[in-house]
Write a protein that binds this ligand. Structure first.
Ligand code: HEC
Length: 99
């Protein structure tokens, strides 16, 4: 009976383990500034960015930051973010509704 008790206790302990929950995705700092020019549904002055692959957005920002991609305003904007911040913004925007 000792063995069964331990088994039951073990089962109870497992049952109360909190389920792993995914943290809700919050907009990282700076992400909301993009939508003024890149609105999600094409109503912005420039192409929509939301829903694009994160790697594509991140690469574009890195190229703008390095001055390797011709730009009017994006070089200045991209320079305002570190690579880590750019990645967080890219991941966030990629998970927003596609246009
Ligand atoms: C003041 C308006 C403005 C804001 C704010 C802005 N962008 Fe841009 N974005 C542009 C313009 C204009 C271009 C075209 C390149 C250029 O002339 O700078 C562009 C181009 C891009 C491109 C390349 C699009 C393509 O089709 O190749 C990406 C990616 C991008 N922006 C991401 C962002 C992100 C991310 C943010 C927020 C951190 C942002 N932009 C904020 C105006 C803006």
């Amino acid at each position: 009976m000792k063995g069964l008790g331990a088994l039951l206790l073990g089962g109870a302990a497992l049952a109360v383990l909190p389920a792993a929950r995914a943290a809700p995705l919050r907009a990282p700092p700076g992400a909301s500034s993009c939508s003024g020019c890149h609105a999600a549904h094409g109503e912005g002055a420039f192409g929509p960015i939301a829903g694009r692959p994160a790697a594509e957005i991140e690469e574009a920002l890195a190229a703008y930051r390095a001055g390797a991609r011709p730009a009017s305003v994006m070089t200045r904007i991209a320079k305002g973010f570190t690579p880590e911040e750019s990645r967080a913004i890219a991941v966030y925007l990629s998970q927003q509704g596609a246009p």
